[in-house]
Design a protein around this ligand. Structure first.
Ligand SMILES: O=S(=O)(CCO)c1ccc(-c2ccc(C3CCCC3)c([C@H]3C[C@H]3c3ccccn3)c2)cc1
Length: 235
């Protein structure tokens, strides 16, 4: 398998996420929002007076697979259909079919300056045991890039985000071909380490994050449910 220039960095970041995905959120994380199956946790962290609170969300979505959730989260062509916080998105480099570099302009969120984000995005399937469904994940991680120069007054985000999904099949029928969408669900963990890249009033950022993260996950989940409703199941 061709090793591109980011292969080692990506391997390291992916392994880090896999190490912490099962971390116990009862120590040091505050449950700040719950909506049905969705639970949103936050750790309050500041670095040089800038709020960089890690966010962690857990959700169970009926009728879709982890591969479907990750596919719609990763693929460029769907991005503007579910991402409501963007003015634009562009692929500036393709390293392999599972690894691309995006440059995105976020909508301005009062009272802060407009943010942009240049990040590698990698999708991967991790086989578990024979009988278990595989884990699918997408990691988005900031990286500088000559084709995405920082242009003040825009502020460059620093973000390390992972969507890690497993597929659960309830009462698996003898023949896997008979599996229906009502028998499947996706259990996902979403973690986001976002440094806004420049000063934002802490209280304002905390309230924007508290509102936006759950909204994003609910909107994105509903989008995938709608997109996959009448399509064959993608395991
Ligand atoms: O999952 S991703 O990789 C999807 C990439 O298409 C992702 C998601 C979210 C962000 C992001 C970017 C900017 C902000 C802030 C910082 C100052 C002003 C805006 C926030 C905080 C505010 C929280 C937030 C959460 C969700 C959506 C928008 N806003 C989050 C970056 C990447």
């Amino acid at each position: 398998k061709g090793q591109h220039r980011l292969a080692n960095e990506i391997e390291h970041i992916v392994q880090e996420h896999l190490k912490y995905v099962h971390e116990d959120v009862n120590h040091g994380w505050d449950l700040i929002h719950q909506d049905g199956e969705m639970k949103v946790y936050r750790r309050e962290v500041e670095e040089n007076g800038i709020v960089i609170d890690p966010m962690k969300m857990f959700h169970t979505i009926k009728g879709v697979t982890g591969h479907e959730m990750c596919r719609y989260f990763y693929e460029y062509q769907y991005r503007m259909e579910w991402e409501t916080t963007l003015d634009s998105t562009k692929i500036i480099e393709v390293l392999d079919p599972d690894t691309v570099i995006f440059h995105q302009m976020h909508k301005r969120v009062w009272p802060s300056a407009q943010r942009d984000n240049c990040f590698w995005s990698h999708i991967r399937c991790i086989a578990k045991s024979e009988e278990d469904q595989p884990i699918w994940l997408v990691v988005n991680h900031t990286i500088p890039h000559p084709l995405a120069p920082i242009k003040p007054p825009q502020v460059r985000l620093v973000a390390n985000v992972a969507l890690i999904c497993e597929t659960v099949i309830n009462e698996p029928p003898l023949n896997p071909k008979d599996i229906k969408r009502e028998n499947i669900q996706c259990r996902l963990t979403y973690v986001a380490f976002v440094n806004p890249g420049g000063w934002v009033p802490g209280a304002a950022l905390r309230s924007v994050a508290k509102r936006e993260y759950p909204r994003f996950l609910k909107h994105f989940s509903n989008y995938v449910i709608e997109q996959t409703r009448d399509k064959p199941i993608l395991f």
